[in-house]
Design a protein around this ligand. Structure first.
Ligand code: PLP
Length: 373
């Protein structure tokens, strides 16, 4: 903000939402909802039409058969995750959070009175945890495991056999619920995306599948997410939501319904653009001295290790590196520390290729010591 006010040319590569407009037919559905005065509360758990669209989507795309009473629509997947933490965790309960993690998980766990237990996944292991690491992290206090595939911030995606291997461990611990955050499902080009509950059907009774409209349909501001899971958990989450926010925005629910039931070409086209950008950004990041970057299988993020580059520019931490980069070049990135992975940074490619190229050139010059900005 300050730099912008000073007239500096700031390039923001720290955003977590697609740089595409919401599809026209989705916006029209919202306008139609307003025109027909569809502007009052819906049932707390969501409109019947949207829940039917979600059930059909889960069946069609994820091979998951959820009856409507096992689906809860919320004001974003973030609220779905938070509802789940409040419903599942008591004081002192542990929740396993693989790192690098989406920034909100550990704080949500703490806000619900629980203790996040961080399991570090390294770049060498594709930023994914394996069965041994999972087993080592489980204690008698463990109540919840977060999984996020494809992952914000690394873009890592678990294959079916990798999910099944984690599932085998979890078979032994019936008190552990699984929250599978699948919000980047449609922004993926690696292997085929697989839902955790599809890979581990025997764990369906304690898996909460979370998804939402923000990423796949470029609808972050509409605030619609949803969760599907075991009936007692969905009921508890619905009670919590009932006393905190009631139903999600009715007009947005009509829009979400149109997105899920309408033409899906938009989703495919957007994903193609993200994949093209991914390939270009990956190549250019790899060319920056001291940047080591593994490819992503999905999302619109890359997560290079910058330890050698930090040394090169004399930055003690990734936070300092990002601050100095911003001061010197106007490029904003999120330091890996925010995601539980110091020595990295997250590059979002939810920006046009022109903007990305300029930002990458500035980053390169900053690290190479030839900054001209
Ligand atoms: N889960 C992950 C992994 C995310 O990256 C985000 C948003 O950045 C969310 C959930 C929140 O999505 P929503 O906009 O539906 O609340």
């Amino acid at each position: 903000m300050r730099l912008r006010e000073e007239g500096r040319d700031v390039i923001v590569l720290s955003v977590g939402e697609p740089d595409f407009p919401t599809p026209v037919h989705v916006k029209e559905a919202a306008q139609a909802a307003i025109a027909r005065d569809d502007t009052k509360y819906t049932a707390v758990d969501g409109s019947r039409a949207l829940k039917e669209a979600i059930a059909a989507k889960l069946s069609r795309e994820n091979r998951l058969a959820y009856p409507l009473e096992q689906i809860l629509v919320s004001s974003g997947a973030k609220q779905s995750c938070y509802n789940a933490c409040l419903a599942l965790l008591d004081r002192g309960d542990e929740a396993i959070v693989p790192a690098p993690y989406w920034v909100s998980y550990p704080d949500m766990v703490r806000m619900a009175g629980g203790e996040p237990v961080i399991v570090h996944a390294t770049a060498e292991r594709g930023f994914k945890i394996g069965p041994n690491e999972l087993a080592a992290a489980i204690t008698p206090k463990t109540r919840l495991l977060f999984l996020n595939s494809p992952c914000n911030p690394t873009g890592a995606m678990y294959a079916r056999d990798e999910l099944a291997a984690l599932g085998e461990v979890l078979e032994e611990y019936p008190k552990v619920a699984i929250l599978s955050d699948e919000i980047y499902e449609h922004i993926a080009w690696g292997e085929r995306f697989v839902s955790f509950a599809d890979a581990c059907p025997s764990l369906l009774g304690r898996t909460l599948t979370v998804n939402g409209m923000s990423k796949a349909y470029a609808m972050s501001g509409w605030r619609i997410g949803y969760a599907a899971g075991p009936l007692p958990l969905i009921k508890a989450m619905t009670s919590i939501q009932s006393q905190s926010t009631t139903s999600a925005c009715t007009v947005s629910q009509a829009a979400a319904c149109a997105a899920l039931t309408g033409d899906q070409q938009f989703v495919r086209d957007m994903c193609t653009v993200f994949e093209e950008r991914h390939d270009i950004v990956l190549e250019q990041l790899a060319a920056i001295p001291g940047f080591d970057c593994v490819p992503a299988a999905g999302t619109f993020y890359l997560f290079p290790n910058i330890r050698r580059a930090m040394e090169r520019v004399g930055a003690a931490t990734d936070v300092e590196f990002c601050e100095r980069l911003l001061e010197a070049t106007g490029v904003t990135l999120v330091p890996g520390t925010a995601f539980g992975a110091a020595g990295h940074l997250r590059v979002s490619f939810a920006a046009s290729l022109d903007v990305l190229q300029t930002a990458l050139r500035r980053m390169h010059e900053f690290v190479a010591g030839t900054s001209r900005v």
